[in-house]
Design a binder for this molecule. Structure first.
Ligand SMILES: [Zn+2]
Length: 77
């Protein structure tokens, strides 16, 4: 295979994988009512109504938005 073609192929795979990663749900979810945020797997995150749900990529992002870490699932700990 032509080395330049291989490089373009690798780049395409990388961009595709990155795109899929972005499309995936963020690891933390906050509740607009309680102003608490959880890991996605937390029982309270699962119970949360879609209307109250807000997603965060990082703990810092959630805290910056004024959300407090859940005491049960301890996001980011
Ligand atoms: Zn929680």
């Amino acid at each position: 295979m032509h080395p330049k073609k291989m490089l373009v192929g690798l780049l395409a795979i990388f961009v595709l994988a990155w795109g899929l990663g972005v499309a995936q749900a963020k690891p933390f979810v906050g509740n607009k009512n309680s102003k608490k945020f959880h890991v996605v797997a937390c029982q309270y995150a699962k119970k949360m109504g879609p209307k109250n749900r807000v997603e965060f990529s990082t703990v810092a992002e959630a805290e910056k938005a004024g959300y407090v870490a859940c005491k049960v699932c301890k996001p980011g700990r």
